[in-house]
Design a protein around this ligand. Sequence first.
Ligand SMILES: Cc1cc2nc3c(=O)[nH]c(=O)nc-3n(C[C@H](O)[C@H](O)[C@H](O)COP(=O)(O)OP(=O)(O)OC[C@H]3O[C@@H](n4cnc5c(N)ncnc54)[C@H](O)[C@@H]3O)c2cc1C
Length: 353
Amino acid sequence: MAAQYDQSREFARPVLERVHAAGLFDLQIPETVGGPGLTAVEECIVQEELAAGCAGIALALIANTLALTPILLAGTPEQQERLLRPFTEALRFAAFGLTEAEAGSDAGALRTRARRDGDGYVLDGRKRFITNGGVADLYTIFATLDGTSQGITCFAVPKGAPGLSVGREERKLGIRASNTTEVLLDGVHVEAQDRIGGEGEGYRIALRTLLRSRATIGAAALGIAREALSCAIRYAQGREQFGRPIAQLGAIEQMLGEMGMRVEAARLLVYQAAQRIAEGEASPLYSSMAKAYAADTAMYVAGEAVQIFGGYGFMEDYPVEKLFRDAKIYQIFEGTNQVQRMVIARALVKEHA
Ligand SMILES: Cc1cc2nc3c(=O)[nH]c(=O)nc-3n(C[C@H](O)[C@H](O)[C@H](O)COP(=O)(O)OP(=O)(O)OC[C@H]3O[C@@H](n4cnc5c(N)ncnc54)[C@H](O)[C@@H]3O)c2cc1C
């Protein structure tokens, strides 16, 4: 089924309906508004398992949490009740709108404008690469009031708001079952009651959100790595060359040993970061280490798995080429791995100041 959705590039709504029916969506919505009130640890466990099956399908859950976290972190009790409760009652999708064509790693340079308009605001701009962008019922949009990062403010915008539309849907290397689109804002009126946090607090809210989400991104990458390792082991046990299973060749043993070690190291980093988030001690150091190391591990292990499969690994008939294509994005989104290393270095330097 994962291969089928990968090839058709369809959004896997029927699969996601089953995931929702199993109670695995939006785990961190608090019990006060009808959610399960679970933590980043449970979210990582679910994400690791689902991403081992199909990271593209599993990404819809990450995008929901990413978009709803600003409301969890900075929303008033009234906003949480009004905006989050509907997610506990039925399957709904949400999208986090930070990135723009000219503002990726440098998200503080975003240009989407918010103008005060009576009691509310009017938003104009263009968001790029937005996961769930074409299927979302609710968008959290970051826009600046004064053209600077100090003016960035977060707004909740419902699907169907006049002036909000979905632009181009991207055709991607991997995670093809996920929905990635432009989101266009053309004079979108937002009521003051839908501003999340204070004016000018948006950039900080976005960074705090990403800090939490990076553990889950790491968990998805871990799921890919784990699956690639297990495919490689099974194949190496069954494939015979020179009269014996290739798993008994020293060169393959070296590869499997290294892959296994990195998967376990990624697992420790991911769940350490998640545990800190669950305990209210989200740490840039550990979230960035988890995200970057798990993503590098997914890319490395999936690449080695393709190699162990030989020519068959290069073919769509076998699962590892999809894992290889899916792994790449984890080094890029939610802050590229270069940006994570920058964050890690700065946290370390600060610790030693
Ligand atoms: C499939 C997909 C889904 C996405 N989903 C979302 C979403 O739901 N919401 C959202 O808001 N965004 C989303 N994004 C955007 C994503 O987070 C950005 O693509 C990412 O942050 C990188 O920005 P960029 O693509 O503009 O690359 P750039 O920032 O232009 O980076 C280009 C290169 O320069 C390097 N670089 C840039 N700055 C530095 C630096 N200071 N130090 C070292 N190296 C640096 C980068 O590491 C990279 O190698 C998504 C992207 C993709 C591809």
